[in-house]
Each structure stands twice: as structure tokens, then as C-alpha cells.
Design a protein around this ligand. Structure first.
Ligand code: DGL
Length: 273
């Protein structure tokens, strides 16, 4: 009997998780995908871990009600705040979460100096502290929270003056400290890789964890017998708690998809069905 294709739910504070969705789509085109962008509450980075945890739990319930069986927390901030909690609250649901890729970065760096760009909440979380503690012995880590960068990307300004200023402010001091590797610890940031690469030069490696997250999603689908065997591309559905027109413009700009976007009006407490 053919295994049944089940939808994968993917969520983020906004459009950042689309960088992960794109990697999943290119690896698993036949798997149905549901995406929720919580644009009513973006950015998550400066919020408390408790608040982001509560949002993440509600969004997970929403995606499960819409048929998702596996959830990809396509947001480093939400993973830092909520992944452990989500696994406890939904013990039967497999989750894929994100953490800044400092392990591969420390392994690859020749100068043993690595720059990490992530949100304040991600840097505060126990998950980040634990990967740094476990995997970066002998490597010096330079961190920056790139204040305002998520909002610039949400505004579609991938190459704007302010976007460049924020990135230069983060990256130039790291270059002076001889980093040779940059970790993108926020799923919004892969959309500004061309600008990052222009600032740091072609010899600095920039690590985007999205392909590894897609491979982990495939492993979990296989383990559960949920990997779609269909030949044709599956359905993708998009939801935003913000303005659906803004979301749909960004969907086209960022990943070249032209799809309807459903608005889910949300006061931040319980999400409607
Ligand atoms: N894209 C998110 C992350 O990976 C969250 C950015 C934000 O909302 O501050 O951390």
C-alpha cells in the first residue's frame, strides 16, 4: 500500500520561514505544505520567550486543525522559545526545529572565528547556549542581533540603504576580527545573502541551515511512512495573521510563488479555526 501524503505545517513570525519552505519544496515537491506567517506579531526577536512560546503553541494548534501532521518551526526565535514546550504539549507530533548552525561553522572555519547573526531571543535561549557550549571549543564566536533587519526584509527592502547599513554595522567589525564563516541564525536572513556576500566578499562562507532542515523533514516523514509518492507537485496553502496582500507580494518577490493567501485575524490569544 502506498504511504499516505500528509501535509507538513511550517511557521514563522513572518516571511522568514519561506526560506525553509522553499528548501522543503525543492526537496519534497509532492508533499502538501501549509505555511503560517504571524505577521500581526512580527518581529518575535525582541519579545519575551514566554510570549513567543504562547504564540507558537496557538499556531501549532491551528496547523494541526488544518491537517498538518508534522510541524517545522521555521524560526530560530520560536524554536529557542518553544520547541521543548511544543514537544511536551504535543507528544504525538514530530517537530523539526532550528538552531543557529554553529557546529558546522566551527568545524569548517579555518581561522576559528565565526560570526553569528540572530535575534536577541535566540541568543538568550538555552538551545543556543547549549550548542555553543557543546560544539565551539577553540572557536571564538562573534554575535550580532542586527536590530531592524527583520522589519526591512518584511518590507521587501532586500537591498535598501537601511538594510545595507544594518548589515555593515554587524559584519564589518566581525571581518576586522578575522571571521571566515557567517552563520545565519534567523530564517529571514537568507533573503539578503547577495548583500551579505557583497559586504563580506566571496571568500567568506555563509551558512544557511534551510537545506539541512529540509533533509531532516524528509527523514521524519520517511520514519512515519508519510512521505508522498505522488508524481505531481502537491498543494501549498498560505496563511497570515497580517495583511494578505503584503504577504502575497512578498511570496512572489522572495520565492517566486503566486498563490492565494488566507488572512487569519488574530488578537494574540486563541486563533480561530
Ligand atoms: N525568522 C525568525 C527567526 O528565525 C524570527 C525573526 C523575528 O521575528 O524577529 O528567528
Amino acid at each position: 500500500m502506498k504511504p499516505t501524503a500528509v501535509p507538513v505545517g511550517v511557521f514563522d513570525s513572518g516571511v522568514g520561514g519561506l526560506s525553509v519552505l522553499q528548501a522543503i519544496r525543492s526537496l519534497l515537491p509532492a508533499q502538501p505544505l501549509l505555511y503560517f506567517g504571524d505577521q500581526a506579531h512580527v518581529p518575535y526577536g525582541p519579545r519575551s520567550l514566554e510570549e513567543v512560546r504562547a504564540f507558537s503553541e496557538e499556531i501549532t494548534r491551528f496547523l494541526l486543525r488544518r491537517g498538518a501532521r508534522l510541524i517545522v518551526v521555521a524560526c530560530n526565535t520560536a524554536s529557542a522559545a518553544a520547541l521543548q514546550h511544543l514537544r511536551q504539549v504535543f507528544p504525538d507530533v514530530p517537530f523539526v526545529g532550528m538552531e543557529p548552525a554553529v557546529k558546522p561553522a566551527a568545524e569548517r572555519s579555518q581561522t576559528h572565528r565565526v560570526g553569528v547573526l540572530a535575534t536577541p531571543a535566540t541568543f538568550q535561549g538555552a538551545l543556543y547556549a547549549s550548542v555553543v557550549e557543546r560544539f565551539t571549543h577553540g572557536t571564538t564566536i562573534f554575535q550580532d542581533t542586527c536590530p531592524g533587519l527583520v522589519q526591512e526584509i518584511e518590507g521587501g527592502r532586500l537591498d535598501g540603504e537601511e538594510t545595507r547599513r544594518i548589515l555593515e554595522q554587524a559584519l564589518l567589525p566581525m571581518l576586522e576580527n578575522h571571521i571566515d564563516t557567517v552563520v545565519l541564525g534567523c530564517t529571514h536572513y537568507p533573503f539578503v545573502i547577495p548583500l551579505i556576500q557583497e559586504i563580506v566578499g566571496e571568500f567568506i562562507q555563509v551558512i544557511d541551515p534551510a537545506p539541512a532542515i529540509a533533509r531532516q523533514t524528509r527523514r521524519l516523514l520517511e520514519q512515519n511512512g508519510w512521505l508522498s509518492q505522488a508524481e505531481s507537485p502537491a498543494r501549498m496553502q498560505f496563511f497570515t495573521s497580517g495583511n494578505p496582500q503584503f504577504f502575497s507580494d512578498l511570496l512572489l518577490q522572495l520565492i517566486g510563488e503566486s498563490k492565494p493567501v488566507e488572512q487569519v485575524v488574530w488578537d494574540g490569544l486563541s486563533l480561530p479555526d
